[in-house]
Design a protein around this ligand. Structure first.
Ligand code: FES
Length: 623
């Protein structure tokens, strides 16, 4: 059967294949938070011509059912069909993605004392040609010259492919060449270039997030950031969270597809970057990646099954150096890849890189680090000790599992304030147009403000203060916007957010208990993650997600995973430090922590059962 898209392009669907899967094969991607199980309702399409069997009408309202809307993952063409794809169902590139504080990189590198020492070095050599009296082999001749240049040539490992071409390259270039040698524990000859002129020499740092992929191109001669690229992680078509990805990789046997999806993203980001700067892919000869444990394992195509099963064991925390060509990355095939080390199944290299970038592991005072992204990871400590945990906050702050939830893309309500008398909301919408849904910062704003204005009670239950509060298809809801598409927040959405904030609150409370600290004893609270860029602190405190402490202690760091990866790319000292950080971190498994449940249950109220922990909220509410 043929599926005609709104552009007029047609896609062939195979027998028994869902519309979602047929579109995906043709690289037309829809939001599919639940990975195609038919439970998220995010992959809606409208069938405008022909007929399709709709195996599930769940998540469709009466109006949508009557107008031939369908869940693309649960709809199968009976005839040739034509479809419309609503804007909110499209997985678009180029939305607000946290690319880190790119302009701060040089300052941070200086602050942390990152002397430039890349993963590879270029060594120009002018070699004396052989004579009858000096007749050592070509390789020995290279090693002798390298020794004179201060390289530990005796231990030098030479790749077979280079050994095969070496003699000709030396002679073709009059014995004047530049060698690329890795600076890892075992020096390795990675490339032989013609001549001794300083050639282009670049590195790439990559943050592989569950939701987004960010790359930094860095000039390894000057240490300067040259360009930045970002996109959504294409693995999103297999589900929003790591569990759905693991299920696809293992139960559906799709690990290669998941690996290729993210490798494809990195290559697609590098293509235009290289073109913009007139570079060849071989000019990039080193790479650092940072990602959570599942993303790291999928990048290396390592079976992630045991991450998900008790006792939750990753394949590796520290990764050996691997060459880009082994994974299909379009840079110099022999470029070494350094991986920010992971700590446990749910605390990955993104957190060790983030803690490195925050500088908290160098300070005497204690700090709390919170990375609130697709999940919530936290670390607590100072230069002597570090404890860490994963909070299982879930991806609700990125819109997943919420009736009108969406990412912070065009049309998302990102800010909201209710009138204290009429309870009508004033909305701030990404892009300024018609609201299509609500993103994480909008939800925090809405719930914080609704609590302050008495629209919800301490348990998050909606109060009948206005006609906007009404009974909907999924229980009680509040109407935020009534345009072409109604945007509502349901009681179950509010409950979802309260559960997530309670998990974060309980997570840092347990870590504080572990080291016998109270929140006011901390010097700094670092907030990282894409979400951290747009978080309204006051509303997050009203919600009880952030502690009610001196506001000057909060420091927003943005995407620290990419910043940490970039400083590791620049400096050997930073690579050593990130390894030390990961090795030093004690992982606390919250699911077996005796106090976690108590802390969690106490935090299931707004802002908390113990209101004395939130003095400024009490003052705001006139208590
Ligand atoms: Fe279709 Fe979730 S309902 S992907």
């Amino acid at each position: 059967m043929k599926i005609t898209l709104p552009t007029g392009k047609t896609v062939e669907s195979r027998s028994g294949e869902s519309i979602l899967s047929a579109l995906r094969r043709e690289k037309v991607y829809l939001v599919s938070s639940c990975g195609g199980r038919g439970t998220c309702g995010k992959c809606k399409i409208q069938i405008t011509e022909g007929t399709a069997s709709r195996q599930s009408l769940m998540k469709l309202d009466a109006n949508e059912i009557a107008n031939n809307f369908a869940l693309a993952c649960k709809a199968f063409p009976d005839t040739d069909i034509a479809i419309e794809i609503p804007k909110e169902s499209r997985l678009l590139i180029g939305d607000k993605i946290a690319v880190g504080r790119a302009d701060d990189l040089a300052r941070l590198a200086e602050q942390l004392g990152c002397a430039l020492s890349p993963l590879v070095r270029r060594v120009p050599l002018v070699i004396a040609p052989p004579t009858i009296d000096d007749n050592i082999s070509d390789l020995e001749r290279i090693k002798r010259e390298l020794g004179r240049a201060g390289v530990d040539a005796e231990r030098l490992h030479v790749r077979y492919d280079l050994l095969r071409e070496m003699s000709d390259v030396l002679r073709d270039n009059d014995w004047q060449v530049t060698l690329t040698i890795s600076t890892g524990e075992l020096p390795e000859l990675l490339a032989i270039h013609s001549g001794t002129e300083a050639a282009a020499h670049y590195g790439v740092a990559v943050d592989i997030g569950t939701t987004t992929v960010v790359v930094y191109l860095i000039d390894m001669l000057s240490g300067k950031l040259v360009d930045v690229g970002s996109t959504y992680n294409s693995q999103m078509r297999y589900g929003d969270d790591v569990i759905n990805r693991i299920v696809h990789a293992t139960e559906h046997g799709m690990i290669e597809q998941l690996q290729q999806a993210v490798v494809g993203d990195i290559n697609n980001l590098l293509d235009p970057v290289l073109e913009r700067h007139n570079l060849k892919s071989d000019d990039i000869d080193s790479m650092v990646i940072a990602g959570n444990t599942t993303m790291t394992q999928l990048f290396y195509c390592l079976n992630p099954e045991y991450i998900r099963e008790e006792p939750y064991i990753p394949a590796a925390n520290a990764y050996p150096e691997i060459h880009a060509g082994q994974l299909g990355i379009d840079i110099h095939p022999n470029a070494p890849i350094f991986t920010a080390p992971c700590v446990a199944s749910y605390v990955g290299g993104d957190i060790s890189a983030g803690v490195l970038a925050s500088g908290m592991a160098r300070r005497e005072g204690f700090s709390l680090f919170m990375d609130i992204g697709t999940n919530g990871e936290i670390a607590l400590g100072n230069r002597e000790m570090l404890v860490t945990a994963a909070c299982s906050a879930g991806p609700c702050f990125e819109g997943s599992g919420m009736k009108c939830g969406m990412r912070a893309t065009e049309g998302a309500i990102e800010g909201i304030e209710f009138d204290p008398r009429s309870f009508n909301p004033t909305l701030k919408v990404v892009g300024g147009g018609e609201p299509l849904g609500i993103c994480g910062s909008g939800m925090i704003d809405a719930i914080g403000d609704m609590y302050l204005k008495g629209i919800i009670d301490q348990k998050g239950k909606l109060q009948p203060v206005s006609r906007r509060v009404r009974e909907g298809d999924d229980g009680m809801e509040i109407l935020l916007s009534g345009g072409r598409r109604e945007v509502v927040l349901t009681e179950s959405d509010i409950e979802n957010i309260i559960r997530a904030k309670a998990a974060i609150h309980a997570g840092y409370s347990v870590l504080l208990n572990e080291i016998g600290f109270t929140i006011d004893m901390l010097d700094n609270i670092y907030i990282a993650g894409g979400f951290g860029n747009y978080l309204n602190i006051e509303k997050a405190i009203l919600l009880g997600m952030l502690p009610d402490v001196d506001r000057s202690k909060f420091v927003f760091l943005g995407n620290t995973s990419i910043t940490g990866a970039a400083i590791c790319l620049l400096s050997g000292a930073m690579r050593a430090e990130v390894k030390e950080i990961a090795a030093k971190m004690t992982y606390v498994e919250l699911s077996v922590s005796a106090s976690f449940m108590d802390e969690y249950m106490s935090a299931m109220f707004l802002p908390h059962t113990d209101m004395n922990r939130y003095p400024t909220v009490l003052a705001k509410m006139g208590v």
